[in-house]
Design a protein around this ligand. Structure first.
Ligand SMILES: [Zn+2]
Length: 355
């Protein structure tokens, strides 16, 4: 462990420029408590970046059929925008692109409404989802080479970026298991790394037309076999070589929940800006933060500035999280959960730094 009080002369912005929090966007009936959570919990802890997983929880005008049955209105989104602006919090909307187009036995909105975009239409959705399964079905993907898929996803992306008045978009792109399927007439036989990189580049280029920036999760860019990190937090389906094929201005959200893996160094040395993302283990999160600070300190100026900071991730919905946060609902694990992790990480961050 590094004694980060050595660096106490640095401001928190110097030590960790990005102090992020990532959670599902609230549903309309939970908007008011969520705004209070930003006011009373995020802002005082010096969170300056909020990634909101909006996905289809917005009343889209471009493709209204994509929206969830209960979804945020434009006026409701503007309340979040105003709250974040008041606290100088960078608000970053997220829509899961490429992978995560189903969850368990439910096909999610994009492929439900546009089944022709499905990379693996031959896979039948199970009545009762189990992992592992014969089809290797974790989540469906869309086909990145379908000629019409980007008309739809870019329209949704542009709309959400406008309503959130955002400069940065988070496209997810994690845990893509179905890619370059042998039965896809467009993708079969193609290099999966090139397919993944091609999709990243396309999204990045579209955003860049309006001076907007792309963030993605980093797992598909790490070699799961060589690192021993496996198929979830790294890639076992040959996408990892895409790290050398995608534009360097894409920001990597490097998630590791069980160990403080030094993968941020790998991304930074490849030329990417990187943010380390913990989830539920408070000790791991604090160690990850100390590593970030050490690496910023010990690197050349070029590499140092790529270690951008930390982002707490939350994988329950916003309402559940707030209930856990305020003790209205017990966490599944008392010691390791995303409330305990967030509190300890940001306590450590704020204690060891001065303005
Ligand atoms: Zn395809």
């Amino acid at each position: 462990m590094v004694n980060i009080s050595l660096f106490a002369q640095d401001s928190i912005d110097g030590l960790l420029p990005v102090r992020g929090f990532c959670i599902a966007a609230p549903r309309p009936d939970n908007l008011e408590p969520f705004i209070q959570f930003i006011d009373n919990e995020l802002a005082p802890r010096k969170v300056n970046t909020l990634v909101l997983r909006v996905d289809w929880n917005y009343q889209y005008k471009s493709y209204p059929q994509l929206q969830d049955s209960i979804a945020l209105s434009k006026a409701e989104v503007k309340q979040i925008v105003e709250t974040c602006r008041k606290h100088n919090i960078e608000l970053i909307p997220h829509i899961n692109l490429l992978g995560h187009q189903s969850w368990h036995s439910t096909t999610l909105n994009l492929l439900r409404e546009f089944p022709e975009f499905n990379e693996t239409p031959h896979i039948e959705m199970p009545e009762e989802y189990k992992w592992p399964n014969e089809d290797g079905l974790y989540c469906l993907s869309y086909c990145p080479l379908h000629p019409e898929v980007h008309d739809v996803v870019f329209a949704a992306m542009d709309e959400i970026m406008d309503v959130f008045e955002a400069k940065i978009f988070h496209a997810g792109m994690d845990e893509v298991f179905y890619i370059g399927d042998d039965k896809c007439p467009r993708c079969r036989g193609k290099d999966k790394a090139e397919l993944f990189a091609g999709e990243v580049r396309l999204i990045r280029d579209h955003l860049a037309q309006n001076d907007r920036e792309l963030w993605i999760w980093g797992d598909r860019l790490i070699d799961g076999a060589t690192t021993g990190m496996g198929m979830w937090e790294a890639s076992m389906n040959n996408t990892y070589r895409a790290i050398d094929m995608i534009p360097k201005d894409v920001v990597i959200c490097d998630w590791h929940y069980e160990r403080p893996d030094p993968t941020a160094v790998y991304f930074a040395m490849k030329g990417f800006r990187v943010i380390t993302c913990p989830y539920r283990n408070p000790d791991v999160a604090v160690e990850q933060m100390n590593n970030m600070i050490t690496w910023r300190r010990n690197s050349t100026a070029q590499i140092s500035e790529r270690f951008m900071g930390m982002m707490q991730t939350v994988w329950s919905d916003a309402e559940q999280y707030l209930d856990q946060f305020y003790g209205k609902r017990p966490p599944r694990n008392q010691d390791e959960n995303s409330v305990a992790c967030f509190k300890k990480l940001f306590e450590a961050m704020n204690k060891e730094t001065i303005e």
